[in-house]
Design a protein around this ligand. Structure first.
Ligand code: CMC
Length: 429
């Protein structure tokens, strides 16, 4: 007879414990009963990078890393990228269902009519150094927004929560665009609420003297699809940061600044920037074999390759490769593409990469598209953070509503000195 339990025999004591299994998972607290002596703390599990630890139950995003599957609320990413738009996907991710026409119209109106930022936020951004990294500006400004909306601290009030969510989704493109204009020494452009979410973002980036900015429809759609692909990715480093910070009941602006800070690193959302710098450094297809040799000698990483979860292929990278052709038809082909294709070709044939299941991830090709669209390299992580805002917020709300969640507080295995007496300075060797 089969039972949905796990039997563990502690060979130190010979005692057997029967632990319930739910969703192929055991509850770590059930290990605590395993002790040698009654006064012991009890057994814990050790998992420094959360490689095999579920920190939550979630209904938002499903990934099967072996099969290369990504779904938001059950809908395959391929269908959403082909048929939907970013704001509709944002609604889906937040509320769990695709909107009706009336719901979508209201949602779109609510987002497009919260795009302006307080003039003091503009002034605040203005004081950054001329060469400040846009992601540093983005993180600092999102954190500063908490001081403009103190009611955001009322996190258990559903109406207030929704207001801050709308504000954040609406205003992050404005903050991102201001950071870009700042780095170029250009005047900031105010939002145009007649345009789409991505059309308005392009407007705030590119508008010069024209009375009405008209976004290029191909680039507007390409950016929208890129936003769909980046909207959520379950419990990654940035999202885990959002949940951990949010678990102390801080406001969503402060928590999101922390999530964006986690995203900034080159192993996470900063990888798109690192890929471009790597391609520029390689400089020519003929240098690719030498570069790969360096990677295999462990002198460096092949940025844009590998993933904690995807061990077959990253479905987002596949879609991005298709968008690249449409973008290059408008902008001209990015010459770095040849280097990227050669890197991919060699890596996919090489045992080092094959044995370790290393495939191109979302960041391998996104930077090449962003560069063709004339975004400065330093803007790439910001382009990741704009659409990820909805993922962070949806996961934050899910965490707040989840009765299983408490303030995040991992355990440690203490390996430092045992108790010892303070030694006066003159007596220290
Ligand atoms: N280049 C060379 N070797 C690599 C790479 C790489 N990009 N990624 C992993 N490896 C090797 C690694 O050295 C290890 O080898 P060994 O087992 O011999 O020590 C093996 O592959 C397994 O790697 P790992 O470090 O245990 O894998 P991880 O799950 O801890 O790390 C990762 C995942 C994404 C941080 C890592 O693959 C990496 O650093 N990639 C480059 C940065 C990058 O592209 N990040 C973007 C990720 S996708 C966007 C996002 O969602 O954040």
């Amino acid at each position: 007879m089969t039972k949905n339990t796990l039997s563990i025999t502690d060979n130190r004591t010979g005692q057997t414990y029967e632990i319930p299994i739910e969703h192929d998972t055991i509850n770590a607290m059930d290990l605590r009963q395993i002790k040698v002596n009654p006064g012991d703390f009890g057994m814990m599990s050790y998992d420094p990078a959360f490689k095999n630890t579920a920190s939550t139950k979630s209904t938002i995003t499903y990934i099967d890393g072996g099969k290369g599957i990504l779904r938001y609320r059950g809908y395959p990413i391929e269908q959403l990228a082909e048929k939907s738009n970013y704001l509709e996907v944002a609604y889906l991710i937040l509320f769990g269902e695709l909107p009706t026409k009336a719901q979508y119209d209201q949602w779109e109106y609510d987002i497009l009519h919260h795009t302006f930022v307080h003039e003091n936020i503009k002034q605040l951004m203005h004081v950054f150094r001329h060469d400040a990294h846009p992601m540093g500006m983005f993180i600092a400004t999102v954190a500063a927004m908490s001081t403009f909306y103190p009611e955001g601290r009322d996190i258990m009030n559903e109406a207030e929560r929704l207001k801050q969510i709308q504000r954040l989704i609406a205003k992050v493109p404005t903050v991102a665009a201001f950071s870009y204009r700042h780095s170029r020494g250009l005047p900031y452009v105010y939002p145009d609420n007649d345009l789409s979410y991505t059309g308005n973002f392009l407007n705030m980036l590119d508008k010069m003297t024209e009375v009405k900015y008209k976004p290029n429809p191909v680039l507007e759609r390409a950016l929208d699809v890129l936003f769909i692909l980046h909207a959520d990715h379950e419990q990654n480093c940035g999202t885990a940061a959002m949940r951990v910070i949010g678990s102390s009941h801080t406001d969503p602006y402060t928590a999101m600044a922390g999530a964006a800070a986690a995203l900034y690193g080159p192993l996470h959302g900063g990888a798109n920037e690192a890929v471009l710098r790597m391609l520029l450094e390689i400089g020519d297809v003929k240098h690719v074999p030498e570069f790969i040799k360096g990677v295999k000698n462990r002198e460096r990483l092949l940025m844009g390759f590998g993933h904690r979860v995807y061990k077959n292929y990253d479905p987002r990278a596949k879609i991005i490769k298709q968008i690249a052709d449409q973008v290059f038809a408008e902008t001209g082909r990015n010459p770095l593409l040849d280097i990227a294709l050669e890197l991919e070709r060699i890596a996919l044939e090489d045992d080092f990469f094959v044995q370790r299941n290393l495939y191109p991830n979302v960041d391998f090709y996104s930077g090449i598209i962003y560069q063709a669209m004339r975004f400065p390299i330093a803007m790439f992580p910001v382009l990741f953070a704009i659409p990820r805002t909805v993922g962070w917020l949806a996961q934050w709300v899910e965490m707040l509503k989840d009765p299983d969640q408490k303030i995040a507080r991992p355990r440690q295995i203490y390996l430092g000195p045992d108790v010892r007496d303070y030694v006066p300075m003159e007596a220290r060797g």
